[in-house]
Unconditional design. Structure first.
Length: 150
């Protein structure tokens, strides 16, 4: 009898306490796209009654981490993915539940080729944060690296 491996969302919830704290829902996680939602929770509201900027930052960063794990899962025995820096732009008022959608900024094969050549690749992940009505409330770019083990 074979065991089903844990999903990326299950792994994130188990290894990233903040993802559990915010009750993030990993809706979709593939090497091409990750979609993570943040439910509307009064404990994480700002002074306007919407999700706090820190909660939205964590949501977007978690979506970026999910796509990085999905895209580079086969490399975890030889490289550690690490966020290097991030920039976020809050564009519209977010109210209610919000969803972050992350995509890689360049093909995973290019990043893997750099790692295989002996360098430490850096790559962007772009994330859009949306309200339930589809309006983009924020955009984030996170630069990641794959740090070779050893």
């Amino acid at each position: 009898m074979s065991e089903t491996p844990p999903s990326i969302g299950d792994m994130m919830a188990a290894s990233v306490p903040m993802a559990r704290t915010l009750n993030l829902d990993f809706v979709e996680t593939t090497p091409e796209r990750a979609v993570v939602s943040l439910p509307d929770q009064a404990d994480y509201h700002n002074h306007l009654g919407g999700p706090h900027a820190g909660a939205m930052f964590t949501l977007a960063e978690s979506a970026s981490g999910a796509i990085v794990l999905a895209a580079f899962a086969d490399l975890l025995d030889r490289a550690v993915p690490l966020a290097v820096r991030a920039e976020i732009a809050y564009q519209k008022l977010a109210m209610g539940p919000v969803t972050a959608t992350a995509v890689l900024g360049r093909p995973a094969a290019e990043v893997i080729a750099e790692l295989d050549s002996g360098s430490r690749p850096e790559f962007d992940v772009q994330v859009a944060i949306r309200r339930e009505d589809g309006a983009v409330t924020g955009e984030m770019t996170i630069v990641w690296t794959l740090r070779p083990n050893g």
